[in-house]
Design a binder for this molecule. Structure first.
Ligand SMILES: [Zn+2]
Length: 385
């Protein structure tokens, strides 16, 4: 009898809450987000996002042309303005003015973590010094180096991440639950806290990965009733495993965006059991550089080709210690990995002029997915690992 009386009361409340959530998301996406990005952050993120939502369907030739043009500009800028590249190009007799395709990248040595550690200051464009975004701490075992990001580089990062989020059904202003236990984060300043509140992002305060912290996180998760779960591969799978083991799930399916900086496959089975079958893997970090993400077809990770060039090189030894000049001669002649073969992932970021990342050897391995177009219709190449 009690159930019969309660049921009609709960439905209108739920429906009212859902309507409120939808109305806020529309207000956020249509009004608050443009004001925030343009007036507060002074970025063209939304214009870039609009462009990206169109260019993901471009013909291959159109994208190759746009990518070659962005690369040409980046190389010319770096060669003129950034001390490390000025010196490197001179030593390699590399003239960026003649570099009109990505094939020219092969003429340059790789950028390794050791070089970044040794030549950090020389990798920063003097015109951007102290104006770049602060370095971000890696989510993976601390092995990745920190890069600084110019305002434009950050705008591109935001736009590419928003596009990939939309592939998973996550639009700005919907409630996102961010879970990355065991990761030491920086305390957020007032602007960041306000931004998170407006975007309706929630994350547990504790970064420990013990039972007490998981319980608190779960409590917050239930209070929030998020539309999407965003986590890193390792701690997300651990949290999901704990939920399944304890039999604590009492919510409907929701999509999970699961990021991995190292390209390690997330534990899909346990994530699916805890949150539902919509698991969307991404490669790269939300905080630094999103390299690729899954669409709804789950047939590999579409590379954000408008923002990065990914090369896969035949597997080689880990880079040796740098020479005093920072030139990695032994890394110069590595051939591209064959299609379908695992290769070392090398990334060039096309838009971060504040600290150009050109041929960065990530330490990760991946392979190109089949040439067959993805059923989603997007022409962005796909990675598998
Ligand atoms: Zn696709």
């Amino acid at each position: 009898m009690t159930r019969v009386e309660r049921a009609p009361l709960r439905r209108p409340q739920t429906s009212l809450r859902q309507s409120g959530d939808r109305a806020y998301a529309a207000l956020f996406e249509g009004v608050l987000l443009p004001v925030w990005e343009r007036a507060v952050c002074r970025r063209d993120t939304l214009a870039q996002l609009t462009g990206l939502e169109e260019s993901q369907w471009d013909a291959r030739e159109t994208r190759d042309k746009a990518q070659a043009s962005a690369l040409h500009e980046l190389l010319c800028y770096a060669g003129r303005n950034v001390p490390y590249y000025r010196e490197l190009f001179r030593k390699c007799r590399f003239d960026p003015r003649g570099a009109h395709s990505r094939a020219h990248l092969a003429e340059l040595p790789l950028l390794t973590r050791e070089i970044i550690a040794e030549r950090y200051d020389d990798l920063i464009d003097p015109a951007h010094r102290r104006r770049n975004g602060k370095p971000c701490t890696s989510l993976s075992s601390g092995k990745a180096p920190a890069f600084e990001y110019s305002g434009a580089g950050e705008g591109w990062r935001q736009a590419v991440t928003m596009r990939a989020d939309a592939w998973a059904g996550y639009r700005p202003g919907r409630k996102g639950f961010f879970y990355s236990a065991g990761v030491a984060g920086r305390p957020l300043d007032l602007k960041s806290r306000l931004g998170r509140a407006l975007r309706r992002e929630t994350s547990p305060e504790s970064t420990h990965a013990d039972d007490a912290a998981r319980r608190k996180a779960l409590e917050l998760f239930k209070q929030t009733r998020p539309d999407v779960m965003i986590c890193d591969a390792e701690s997300g799978a651990e949290f999901a495993g704990w939920i399944v083991e304890q039999g604590l799930r009492d919510w409907d399916d929701l999509p999970v965006i699961c990021s991995s900086e190292s390209g390690l496959l997330a534990d899909r089975a346990v994530l699916s059991q805890a949150f539902g079958p919509g698991i969307f893997e991404t490669y790269g970090s939300r905080k630094t550089l999103l390299v690729g993400a899954e669409c709804q077809e789950h047939t590999g990770l579409h590379v954000s080709e408008e923002n990065v060039i990914v090369e896969l090189l035949e597997l080689g030894m880990v880079a040796p210690s740098p020479t005093p000049t920072g030139l990695q001669q032994p890394q110069r002649n590595r051939q591209p990995a064959g299609r379908g073969e695992l290769g070392d992932v090398v990334v060039t970021n096309l838009h971060n002029y504040g600290m150009p990342m050109i041929r960065y050897l990530t330490g990760d391995v991946a392979r190109l997915a089949s040439e067959e177009p993805c059923r989603c219709g997007r022409s962005l190449v796909r990675l598998e690992h």
